[in-house]
Each structure stands twice: as structure tokens, then as C-alpha cells.
Design a binder for this molecule. Sequence first.
Ligand SMILES: [Zn+2]
Length: 401
Amino acid sequence: MKYIVIIGDGMADYPLDELDHKTPLQSADIPNMDHIASKGVNGFLRTIPPHMEPGSDVANLAIMGYNPKTYYTGRGPLEAASIGVEIENDDVAFRCNLITEEDGLLIDFNADHISTPEAEKIIETLNHVFKDNGKFYNGVSYRNLFLYKNKKSALLKSTPPHDVVGENIKINLIQPFDNEIAQELNNIMTDSKLILEKHPVNQARVRNGKKPANMVWLWGQGLKPLMNPFKSKYGLDGATITGVDLIKGIGIYLGLENIDVPGATGYFDTDYNAKAEYALKGLKHNDIIFIHVEAPDEAGHAGDIEEKIKAIESIDSKIVGKLLDELPQFNDYAVSILPDHATPIMVKTHTDDPVPYAMMSTSKIGDEVRFYDEFSARGGSLDIRPGHEFINSFINYSNSP
Ligand SMILES: [Zn+2]
């Protein structure tokens, strides 16, 4: 049996006046997703456990079969894995943004999308100055990493910089403010300003009319997650296909192969056809492939209805359609389509609503549902389940007599 899971990031939505009170999934032309829904079974997954932030990392960890309540430690460790940095058991991995500060305010959480070579020079300086505090690692552009040897720092409260753009820096530093470890980390952040302000990279950026990367921002910290490999938990060899570091990082911890697809950008311009082609190739030596597509989420964040429908239709025709055409070469196969979470146009950010999922398997009988969307799935044969039960339910359904 071969399994394919197609994750349209943020695909689920609410009804919109502009679409005659339909959701983007209901309005889009998606014959192939509808095929999965009508040949298979349908229901809802609660991919975000109660009291957890509706992040893509949390949701995708659940979809891959691991309860985020138990296994999620933070974004930092997942990013560390994706850039190949090993975390020791006493390390806490912080995501380290290069940001722009101005007059005490956080002006830009990505320092004008600073280039990777520029960021490398800045990280080199930081490692020299803060060598007694911890170690910085290069990632991509403004997304870098800081390893800190103090386990207690994992429990502190840090703030995602993209949530506080335009706000006062001081009130958004690591809390509690009277905690000694928080103070050391906050000093690294505020002292970095003094050093980076006059860094040659930033002087050149300012001359060229770009915002300087004049401060670091530490957040999303966590200890190394201890996850047993996907293969030993579910007995399947698996792989991920994604343009997003966090999802790749989860796969690495689970021992999944990461299939690099040229042209997988994690944005609207991603190469949908290539993702399907590489999935089919990867399926020759894997049992299960997770194909993650970021584009609908980006459209949701931008509040762009047209772009969201276009992204959903591209997933349908170029990925789902192509796979449904080609999968019969494997005889027994199963396909599932789902979002990780909703990114409704109206709210422009993630929500923790249960998401509709459909799964079909060769020769299995389906339920009454005929279309794939947030409302049709209510007539499905599956209850609302916790997201981390998805893999077991997919495997059991596909192998049921
Ligand atoms: Zn997501």
C-alpha cells in the first residue's frame, strides 16, 4: 500500500460575502479533491490541541501522527533541524531574527529581507562579541538560530516579532522581566543594537536606502524534542515535500526523508507540477509522502480571495489531478487531502477551527459526501478527531477489509 497526504496550508476558510456566502474551497473548481471526497470518507480533524497556538508547526506535527501536547517544544528546535544544527540535550534553541529597530520601536521583523550573505557577516560579529553567552548559527536571510546552554530558559515567555511590529521593544522583551536568565537574554538583544548599529553591513545598507539589521530578536525557544521515528511508530518509510523550513524540520526529527524539489518556494510561484512529479518518484522507495503546499496560507494572510482560489485550484489540477492519474501504477494506494489549519481571509491569520479531511483508498467504499469543503464534510462518516489520530485512521481505513 502506498499513501499520499496532500496538505494545503491554511486552505480552510469561512463563507465570504464576495463569494455569495461560500468559502474559497466551495467556490473553487476542484474536481480532483471532490473525487477523493466522493470515493472516500470524510470528517474533521482538530489539528490544534486546546490552549495551543494555531501554528503550522503544531498542526503539521499532529497530521504526521504526533500529539503536539507531548512532542512540541518550540519553533527553534525545528528550525535547527532544517538547517542541520545538532542540539545537545542541555541546549535551548532560540529562533534569532535579524530585525530593524528605530527609536525604541520594532520597525521590521525581517530587516527588509536582509540577504543571507549579509546576515552571515552579522552572525560572525555576534559570535565574536557574545561568545561567552551562547552560539549563533546562520539560517536563511533574517531567520537565524541561537543556542543557549540553560535549560530553564525554555520556560521563559518570548514574543514572535511579527506579532509586535510598530510596538515598543522594551515591553515585548523576554519575560518575566525580574528573572535573571530573561535579563541575560534581554541584554544580548539590547546590546546587539549597540554593536550592529555601526556594522559595515548596516552602514552599506543605509547608504543604499535599505533598513539596517540593527538588532537580534530571540524567540520560539525550546529543548530538543524527543520523538520516536515515524518508521518505528507506524511501520512506514516516509518522506516530506515542502518549501517551508519548519515542516522540513519536523520531518527530520521523525526520520523522514526530505525530498528537495527545485522550484518549491513556499510561495505563490511554487512549482506545483514538480511537487507531484517528485512525489511519484519518491513513492518508489517510500510508503508514504507528505506533500505540503504553503501558497493558500500566504493568500489567506494577505486577505487575497482570488489568489487563494487560484492556489487551491492549482493544488487540485497540478498535484491532486496528476497523482490520481499516475497512482494506479502502484496498484494499492490511498490519498488524503486536508489543510493543516484554517487561515480565513476575514481574519488574515490562523485559527484553531477543526479542518475538513477526505481520504480514499483503492477498492474501499466511501460515504455520502460528494464534495470537498468545510460544509460537505459535515455529512461524512467520520467524527471530529484529534489531529494526531489522523495517520492511524488513514492506515486503518486503507487496510480495512
Ligand atoms: Zn499552516
